[in-house]
Design a protein. Structure first.
Length: 238
């Protein structure tokens, strides 16, 4: 029996395949398709971030059709984009409206957008006291790179769901006041497991994080810190 996968899952599979084979045009198209699929299910902040990635890659490759579709989805025309200077094109592609800012980790975790992973429709005003950046789902790739995609894939395998669905469980909270970065995983049962990322988040720590069994006793619902001496993630009381 053939199972029809949701558009986001199909696009994510195409993106992984294109990246693995070095098909950069396919990668740009898949980024665009995944962004559109996420926008359709209300994950707009992730969609806008992926559309920006598609624009940047399509511009580099000279794929004007893909670039135009992605820009249109962001509310711009290709002519408008090309009329901007290089500096302002870079500013547009860097974005920022896909994240939110809060005065503390506690405030970020108490917000509706933290629970749902979706930005409110109203513009979010940043106060001078705001220090914590909240990035949900695929937007965390902007700060942590491909690790997020690998982590979501492995998480999805453990939960019996797609990497796209698993990515929707991730929240990155970056406190610029003290440099702390928390990767929260909202596991079934409304439990939150937190990985406090070390300043030197090297390959050993990344691979160990990907291999974590987040459903294991003592791990699920815990705050985990990287122990460089033992090469393991260990729970620590808060």
């Amino acid at each position: 029996m053939t199972v029809d996968l949701p558009p986001a899952d199909l696009a994510a599979a195409a993106l992984a395949g294109a990246s693995a084979t070095g098909d950069r045009r396919g990668e740009a198209q898949a980024l665009c398709d995944l962004a559109a699929a996420l926008m359709e299910v209300g994950r707009a902040s992730e969609g806008r971030y992926l559309f920006r990635r598609a624009v940047a890659l399509a511009e580099e490759l000279g794929e004007r059709e893909i670039e135009d579709v992605a820009l249109t989805s962001l509310g711009y025309s290709l002519a408008q984009f090309e009329g901007l200077g290089e500096r302002w094109r870079a500013v547009l592609l860097e974005g920022g409206d896909e994240t939110e800012h809060f005065p503390s980790l506690a405030a970020a975790r108490s917000g509706e957008s933290y629970r749902t992973g979706r930005r409110p429709d109203a513009a979010f005003r940043i106060s001078q006291s705001a220090a914590v950046v909240l990035a949900s789902g695929f937007v965390a790739v902007k700060f942590l790179g491909p690790f997020v995609e690998a982590f979501a894939t492995k998480l999805g395998e453990g939960l019996g769901e797609s990497a796209v669905a698993a990515a929707g469980r991730l929240r990155l909270l970056w406190d610029h006041g003290d440099g702390r970065r928390d990767l929260d995983v909202l596991t079934p049962g409304s439990q939150r497991t937190t990985l406090v990322l070390p300043e030197n988040f090297d390959d050993a720590a990344r691979l160990a994080a990907i291999d974590l069994d987040l459903g294991a006793e003592g791990v699920q619902g815990a705050e985990l810190h990287w122990d460089n001496a033992t090469g393991t993630w260990v729970p620590r009381s808060t």
